[in-house]
Write a protein that binds this ligand. Structure first.
Ligand SMILES: C[S@@+](CC[C@H](N)C(=O)[O-])C[C@H]1O[C@@H](n2cnc3c(N)ncnc32)[C@H](O)[C@@H]1O
Length: 308
């Protein structure tokens, strides 16, 4: 009797049956993973964004090939793959390893594997600070948890969330997907504002700005008169407000606010974010001044340390 024969013969019948079943299972090709809508996820279940809304979300963010998009909780990879199909480098962050494998397969089928990549990771432990566009379909509580990190991102970073808001940080714009989308068909856009709260030195006097997210209030003191600053907004690095009967617009550059050339100003106003902002819809061009044309030029400087 050989050693193997005596080994096989000495195994109980039930163990032999298990070995036989295992070898059969190993021989069978495994069926590809099929995600189920509603399947559990680490912090939120998987529900895919309707493709019609994915398209709208990317339009809302005005993605370009110069952007780096990161989708936090990327599911089957559809947002990342759609962005990559438009020429944008995009990274999906997904906790479920099977969804990551599925996303990579989907990216390959779409022919965008070079630009669409996926990390198997926890979004809370992932550094997404290099992204210029962040997309997500999570939960209101998760958005709120991420908000402090988002507000520390580079000014001008666009953040688009399917359905869920950011608490008292009001979105710049909200869109809906018509037609094929039947649930979760609305998305919001936020643009990370530069931090401009503090005191700014102007040739005329001191300007005091108070900032709540993208909204500005404050005063401009010139000689003996103090003017209230109204209708103030920071969209990315662009600052705009009314003092007296004049609207001022400029761009934050470190500790200075620089004027925008009239051409640049007009092209910014043509951009959808700015047209959508209510404060920009009905200004009279006669009352519009850049910091330069108002004589502020590069003389607008901080006279305190920026607030952290
Ligand atoms: C509602 S789905 C959205 C999927 C995709 N972004 C979309 O819009 O189609 C949320 C996704 O987040 C993933 N997820 C949940 N918690 C996560 C975490 N802590 N880190 C990374 N991914 C997570 C889930 O597995 C799921 O795929």
């Amino acid at each position: 009797m050989t050693l193997s024969r005596s080994f096989t013969l000495s195994l109980p019948a039930s163990a032999a049956a298990v070995i036989a079943a295992l070898s059969f299972a190993l021989a069978e090709p495994k069926a590809p993973f099929e995600p189920r809508v509603g399947q559990s996820g680490k912090d939120v279940i998987w529900v895919p964004t309707a493709q019609a809304l994915v398209d709208r979300m990317l339009n809302l963010a005005e993605i370009t090939p110069a952007d780096l998009l990161m989708d936090l909780g990327s599911g089957d990879g559809r947002t990342v793959i759609t962005a990559a199909s438009r020429g944008t480098r995009a990274i999906g962050v997904e906790y479920n390893p099977e969804m990551v494998v599925l996303s990579r397969r989907n990216a390959k089928v779409a022919g965008v594997s070079e630009r669409a990549t996926f990390m198997e990771a926890d979004l809370f432990a992932t550094d997404f600070s290099k992204a210029t566009v962040v997309t997500m379909f999570l939960l209101p509580s998760i958005n709120l948890k991420l908000r402090p990190k988002i507000l520390e991102m580079r000014p001008g970073t666009r953040v688009v969330s399917n359905s869920f808001d950011m608490g008292d940080w009001r979105p710049e714009q909200t869109v809906e997907a018509p037609g094929e989308c039947t649930s979760y068909c609305r998305a919001h856009l936020w643009i990370v504002p530069a931090k401009v709260e503090g005191t700014w030195k102007l040739p005329e006097g001191d300007m005091r700005l108070e900032q709540t997210y993208q909204t500005l209030h404050g005063t401009l003191r010139s000689g003996n008169s103090t003017m209230n600053i109204t209708d103030g907004k920071v969209i990315g690095e662009t600052v705009s407000f009314i003092a007296g009967d004049t609207r001022y617009t400029g761009r934050v550059n470190g500790n200075a606010i620089e004027g925008l050339s009239p051409r640049e100003l007009m092209s910014r106003f043509r951009s959808s974010y700015h047209l959508a902002a209510p404060s920009f819809t009905n200004f009279g061009i006669g009352t519009l001044k850049t910091f330069e044309s108002s004589g502020f030029g590069s003389e607008v400087r901080r006279s305190d340390s920026p607030r952290e």
